[in-house]
Design a protein around this ligand. Structure first.
Ligand code: SF4
Length: 455
């Protein structure tokens, strides 16, 4: 008889991955610059896969150029293709910036993209070229989140310029936030009388209105001028505890231009949002506007009202590492118990980050990095959670366990509104908390054999 083995022993490859392709994150970051277009150095299949994911989440058109690798290119290198591809994109789109990310194939054959770009610039000497920003994104070494952060740093490397400090300008380096989150962040900083420079800012480009006529490149995004001024800002606020600090955009701005970098957790829940407001009070010298204090009070009141329905409920959380940390912090504040915190990311920092925001949870919870959904499912079956919190990829497991899935993060492609999910701030925590409490109530009603009219 064949014995069932632990997942790690009977799978020789990642199956049902809990991370997405690294260039996908880079494409998302490049999409946040005004007039920019992402360009993949690799095969068309990679850009098609990424387009499909982005479009099904954001429900917006998404152009990603490709250097169109074929058998010949895979053997002899893609120098000719990238030069021709860039020339075509410049002619067809007139972009302000082309964000070039490499795919697994071009990285594996060892294409020297830096040299190709040098040759391209030489070939076009005297012509006005867009900014060419290159980032190496082999998927076998990273995740969509690491590709995103590396691309943001690459943009800063090319675009940020030195100069005298401009008082009141604050750089914001978000994580893979939703367009609704990005809008919230800019508004909060403005409400403190500061001028935010958000990089990337795809809040309009990937969640815009309707157009009367087709636009090749959607409007919105961090302008080239704003990105240049990031080197002259008064301060940078960089979000996330699990990004590699040594190679982050905020660290680069500090090392190159002396812009002080404040690293904060993703502002989810009361304490992490308080930390952002404290920092903005410190930078601006102003007190937190009254409207946010009111919002905070209403959130805590709702926690009190509904804690009896959620306290002690066991939750499996998964997704990008910083999202997992933020959601864990928020849920721990109201007595929900994350029993498994898991991510496809592998920063090596997830446990410490959870310990720093929710020490009582870290002590009793299983925390796993670099896992796939097979491993999460294996653990979840034993832990018997009441609820799952994560992206749409967890649906199969939620259905198997007959438990609700609260959709957060990326990708949300089996529901409408992924771009409009607000995770941040007191209002974001309120919306997520209401969804959690209501889904638990709904499950209880659904499973009850008592025919009641009042719950
Ligand atoms: S081959 Fe690599 S770069 Fe292309 S889609 Fe797959 S993971 Fe992404």
């Amino acid at each position: 008889m064949i014995q069932a083995l632990p997942v790690s022993q009977h799978f020789t490859a990642t199956r049902n991955a809990c991370k997405l392709c690294t260039p996908l994150g880079a494409c998302l970051a490049f999409s946040g610059v005004e007039g920019a277009i992402p360009f993949l150095h690799g095969s068309q299949g990679c850009s098609t896969y990424i387009r499909r994911y982005m479009i099904s989440h954001f429900r917006e058109p998404m152009d990603i150029a490709s250097s169109n690798f074929g058998e010949h290119t895979a053997i002899f290198g893609g120098g000719k293709n990238i030069r021709l591809g860039l020339a075509n994109v410049i002619e067809g789109y007139s972009p302000t910036m082309i964000g070039i990310a490499t795919t697994c194939l071009s990285e594996t054959i060892g294409d020297d993209v830096k040299m190709f770009l040098h040759e391209f610039r030489k070939d076009h000497e005297g012509e006005a070229l867009p900014h060419l920003v290159h980032v190496a994104t082999p998927s076998y070494t990273g995740t969509h989140a690491s590709g995103y952060h590396d691309a943001v740093r690459a943009i800063v490397d090319v675009l940020a310029q030195p100069g005298p400090t401009i008082k009141g300008v604050v750089n914001l380096i978000p994580g893979m936030f939703s367009p609704a989150d990005l809008r919230w962040l800019k508004q909060v900083v403005r409400d403190f009388g500061l001028e935010p420079i958000l990089l990337p800012d795809y809040s309009d480009r990937l969640d815009g209105g309707t157009w009367s006529e087709y636009k090749k490149l959607p409007p919105g995004g961090t302008t080239i001028e704003q990105a240049a001024r990031m080197g002259q800002a008064e301060a940078t606020i960089e979000f996330g505890f699990t990004t590699q600090e040594s190679s982050s955009a905020g660290t680069r701005l500090k090392d190159k231009f002396g812009v002080p970098c404040h690293r904060l957790g993703v502002p989810m829940g009361v304490a992490l949002t308080d930390a952002l407001f404290d920092k903005l009070q410190e930078i601006s010298g102003r007190t937190t506007p009254e409207c946010y204090l009111g919002r905070r009070g209403r959130l805590i009141d709702s926690f009190i009202d509904a804690h009896k329905y959620v306290t002690g409920k066991r939750v499996v959380v998964f997704g990008e590492e910083d999202l997992v940390v933020g959601m864990t912090a928020m849920m721990a504040e109201v007595g929900l118990i994350p029993v498994l915190c898991s991510s496809g990311g592998k920063s090596g920092k997830l446990t410490d980050a959870i310990r720093s925001v929710a020490p009582e949870i870290a002590a009793q919870c299983e925390i796993h990095e670099a896992v796939d959904f097979e491993e999460i499912a294996d653990q979840a079956r034993q832990l018997e959670p009441d609820l799952l919190v994560g992206n749409s990829k967890g649906f199969k497991l939620a259905r198997e366990l007959h438990r609700p899935l609260i959709r957060v993060g990326f990708p949300i492609h089996d529901r409408i509104g992924g771009a409009r999910i607000l995770h941040l701030g007191y209002a974001g925590a309120q919306a997520r908390f209401d969804s959690i409490a209501n889904s638990l109530l709904e499950m209880r009603q659904h499973d009850s054999d008592v025919d009641f009219t009042y719950f």
